[in-house]
Design a protein around this ligand. Sequence first.
Ligand code: HEC
Length: 105
Amino acid sequence: MKASMFGSAMAVLMLIPAWATATPDAARLEHLLTQDCGACHGLHLTGGLGPPLTPQALAGQPRASLIATITYGRPARAMPGWGPLLSAGDIAWLADRLLQGRPTP
Ligand code: HEC
């Protein structure tokens, strides 16, 4: 498969509504973390426009508050809410992934 075909396959995947998949799709969410979250929080989530999302930076933050921030965003700050785009399972997966830390590629 050519690289360009792979790119459009990924683009199609990103358009599948979150509710269509009951089980969080790890590959899709990893891609989202890098491409979407990474646009503001840095490619390695070490900070950019948004604060770092490393386990060190998030230490002491309750899982529920991370889930609330990702779901609703921070109104009047640059952090968008992802509730309309992702399922609750996806958002919980992302919060857990951030708390665990991502291996550096
Ligand atoms: C348009 C830029 C932008 C995007 C895209 C974005 N964020 Fe944020 N995010 C921010 C900013 C800015 C803040 C800090 C808000 C504040 O000052 O309270 C933030 C805060 C957060 C926090 C709270 C961090 C803390 O220390 O309290 C979490 C968790 C978070 N973002 C997760 C995510 C996740 C997961 C994604 C992708 C699904 C994402 N963000 C996408 C800009 C963004």
